[in-house]
Ligand binder design. Structure first.
Ligand SMILES: [Zn+2]
Ligand SMILES: [Zn+2]
Length: 125
């Protein structure tokens, strides 16, 4: 008994495939590659998200803020303001190996941190 055949689902491809398959061998491979790249991209993104949620980072940033309670940028302007966040001088995305390096950290208030994030984004575009 022969398996019923149909055309590959890929637009314009006339290769016949068994009825229970969606794509011919060639297009199946292309689809898998596409899915693989997409997954790699997503897991890359979540690497940073996971880092910010990690115990190591939380502990380090909390201790850092205790030792550096003043926003360094405000201080440069002669203003004493409480720091809200710990910022990476060199962004984690630019230098993954320095993510837990205290010499790469600075305490910032929310407004200075927002300004910095905006500028970094502009540079990237
Ligand atoms: Zn095909
Ligand atoms: Zn500030």
């Amino acid at each position: 008994m022969s398996v019923p055949m149909k055309q590959c689902n890929h637009a314009g491809c006339r290769t016949l495939v068994p009825f229970n398959e969606r794509y011919c061998v060639k297009h199946k491979q292309e689809l898998n590659k596409y899915r693989y790249n997409k997954r790699m991209y997503n897991s890359n993104e979540s690497k940073y998200q996971q880092f910010y949620k990690s115990t190591a980072w939380r502990r380090l940033s909390r201790r850092f803020l205790e030792n550096n309670p003043i926003c360094v940028k405000c201080y440069e302007d002669g203003v004493i303001r409480k720091a809200d966040v710990v910022d990476h001088v060199q962004e984690v995305k630019d230098n993954w190996s320095r993510r837990l390096d205290e010499s790469n950290l600075q305490a910032l208030c929310n407004s200075h941190h927002n300004t910095k994030t905006r500028n970094e984004r502009k540079k990237r575009e």
